[in-house]
Design a protein around this ligand. Sequence first.
Ligand SMILES: [Fe+2]
Ligand SMILES: [Fe+2]
Length: 270
Amino acid sequence: MNRIPELARGPVDLGSPVCLFEGDHAIYWVGSEEPSPFRCNAYLIVDGGNRILIDPGSTLHHFPQVRERVERIVPASSLTHVVVHHQDPDLCDSLPSWLELAPDLTIVTTPRVRVLLPYYGFPAEVSWLDVSPEDSTTLDLTNGSLVFITAPFLHFPEAFVTYDEVSGFLFSGDIGAAIEKEWSLVVTEWERHWQTMIPFHIFYMASNKALKGFLKKLDPFPIEAICPQHGSIIPKEHVERAIESLAALPCGLDLLYPASNIESVLAEIL
Ligand SMILES: [Fe+2]
Ligand SMILES: [Fe+2]
């Protein structure tokens, strides 16, 4: 059962893991509560024998809190997978610590992220599940599957997101993220939240073309919530507006190298 609408009504105890989806297929927010606008969300999916940690965070700022929260639900040594949506240190430089606790876990990521991760200090011979750039990779669980969808140049060439079939949650990495001083686990006022999403996407995302192309790929997936790595979770009632707003946002190269007049005219005609 999706608990996000109930959590939006608050108050939420952020000192503990927060159950976002209840049942045989359970999902928890296990992020940190650091006093920084760049705070990070990590998520844990528990489904039968599968224990999947998503975007575990950095060693320095997040690992102790995230580990403590995970261990209130399952032993860290029982983790079976860590999903790494891209290679930024805020998102995953804690990987060596997780591998020490659970050496047999499988890292789920794309090939171009995979080549970079061992630089954080672990052997390349760990277990990997390669996410295909063809968007054909899934991870079958006891209940439903996780579907991995690439998000080229948002903001890494082979970044990707994870769609959970059971809950309909989209774990979106930096896409849909916000940098905000005042923070709540779930978005309540869309317009105010959107203002905190704009600067992050303008600076980090490659272009509107990249955003639109990726968002189009989400059409077949009924999304019940967008769960980003930074900022508040976007509940179903705001998902459509979030997608529409992102699809209309000029960002990155659009702003750095604006189209010439003739290019703009041609783009409208063609
Ligand atoms: Fe990032
Ligand atoms: Fe990030």
